[in-house]
Design a protein around this ligand. Structure first.
Ligand SMILES: Cc1ncc(COP(=O)(O)O)c(C=O)c1O
Ligand SMILES: N[C@@H](CCOP(=O)(O)O)C(=O)O
Length: 442
């Protein structure tokens, strides 16, 4: 958790994944979210954190959520919506980042030291991470966002946080540029070590860990613990973090029959699932901007499993990606992948139409990211669709779908009137590093 990336530039994964027997699953099905979170995370954490401390970290993390169930499941038409947006910044990232913020603080207080967090965001991770660590001692946070390519509300949720330890950097470039800078600076091992770099993106294993919990929670709420019921989850996808958490829940024994990987027109992942070819193209701005991503930072974690946990084979794919902008897998591996994943790319028009249709048929308002997942699950009645953000974060898209903007929830009502702070810099690792050094030494 504290090192972010592995020192060879790869991603960290657990050596083994615990398997949860059916009788335990049945008892987990009725647990409150916080108790379930403790049960799901404990086998990974072992005795590194005493049980009472872990319970209290979990309780404090979710005390900031506006819904008593934390991630409720609601029936909408023929689907079930898993609402992940009841945290302080109205997106699913809060589920992990409220927990991570407290965990960073706990570990630094216990073991000493400080952390300079460096993250990249296409809109949601940034504000959730900032809200998770704002004002905490021994932590500074630097967040890169693509200038002008996040929604106005998302930008304000980051730049109106004026705590001394928060540093927002708009970059002249895309989210992929920001993510590449983060990786480059984590791979600058001297800089990483001497300045204690920490990660809040889903390259940090602890992010994935905390996101596994709500798959178990949703399954329990939907089935009441009947393990003969295998469910379909539809997951709006960009960096492959959220859906990878679902994949791990499956590995842990959760009865899931399919994970639907839903992308917007930035469809590199959905093409890979359907065709077995991973080929980078241009990033297109869409009305679901948080998923405007080409190179998915978590994908190599799954690729490692798909390729038989053969690190050399993964390295070869990554080398092809770096040199040729593409790699492919065999037909046999593609078929294996399709046993777990289905995929669809949803156009802008289809996204707007889904928001409109769901609203007129049920009165329920989807945000554009969630709408991508719901549209992708059109042929799967009963699917659990992850609602990854509150519609108020994407007012313009909702307005063009239904002719009216959703209201911002109370605590954010004056967001657009608040003072802001950010700097605008080139999307260049050396420039960002120098800026960080100026702030740190300054
Ligand atoms: C609202 C929203 N939905 C979906 C996604 C995609 O999640 P992931 O990157 O974990 O695939 C993101 C960002 O990552 C997001 O902010
Ligand atoms: N959509 C994300 C992009 C970063 O993803 P992460 O899950 O790896 O942090 C965002 O909103 O920033």
């Amino acid at each position: 958790m504290m090192m972010g990336l592995a020192t060879d530039g790869g991603l960290l994964i657990p050596e083994s994944v615990p398997f949860i027997p059916a009788e335990t699953l049945r008892t987990w099905a009725k647990l409150p979210f916080q108790t379930l979170a403790f049960e799901v995370m404990s086998p990974f954490i072992g005795d590194e954190i005493p049980a009472d401390d872990l319970k209290s970290l979990i309780d404090r993390a979710y005390a900031s959520f506006a819904h008593k169930e934390i991630t409720p499941v609601v029936k909408v038409g023929d689907k079930r919506i898993l609402e992940l947006f009841h945290g302080p910044t109205l997106a699913f990232k809060d589920v992990a980042l409220q927990f991570l913020g407290n965990l960073f603080e706990y570990l630094l207080a216990r073991d000493g030291g400080h952390l300079n967090i460096l993250g990249a965001t296409s809109g949601d991770t940034g504000s959730a991470a900032i809200h998770g660590v704002r004002g905490k001692s021994n932590i500074r946070i630097f967040i890169l966002h693509p200038d002008g390519r996040v929604s106005p509300i998302q930008e304000r949720q980051m730049t109106t946080v004026l705590d001394d330890n928060v540093h927002n950097i708009a970059i002249r470039g895309s989210f992929d540029d920001g993510q590449a800078i983060v990786k480059a600076l984590f791979n600058d091992l001297e800089f990483k070590k001497s300045h204690s770099l920490g990660a809040v993106n889903s390259i940090n294993w602890a992010r994935i860990l905390a996101q596994i919990v709500y798959y178990f929670y949703a399954w329990g709420r939907a089935t009441g613990g009947d393990d003969s019921q295998r469910l379909v989850f539809s997951v709006p996808t960009g960096n492959f973090g959220d859906i990878y958490a679902g994949y791990l829940a499956m590995q842990m024994g959760l009865p899931v029959s399919k994970l639907i990987l839903a992308t917007n027109r930035n469809d590199i992942l959905s093409r890979f699932v359907r065709e077995g070819v991973y080929e980078v193209g241009d990033v297109h701005p869409t009305i679901s901007p948080s998923m405007d991503i080409q190179v998915s930072s978590n994908f190599e974690r799954y690729l490692f499993d798909l390729l038989g946990r053969d690190a050399d084979a993964v390295r070869a794919c990554m080398a092809d990606l770096a040199e040729k902008g593409r790699f492919s897998i065999s037909e046999e591996k593609r078929a294996l992948m399709n046993e777990t994943f289905a995929a669809a790319a949803v156009s802008e028009e289809e996204t707007l139409e889904q928001i409109r249709a769901t609203h007129s048929e049920t009165g329920y308002l989807l945000d554009p990211h969630t709408a991508v997942g719901v549209a992708a699950a059109a042929d799967y009645p009963g699917a659990i669709c992850l609602a990854t953000a509150h519609p108020a974060k994407f007012g313009a898209a909702v307005q063009s779908a239904i002719g009216q903007e959703p209201e911002l929830p109370g605590p954010l009502a004056d967001l657009m009137d608040r003072e802001t702070r950010q700097v605008l810099l080139d999307a260049d690792a050396a420039v960002i590093k120098q800026h960080m050094l100026d702030v740190i030494d300054g």
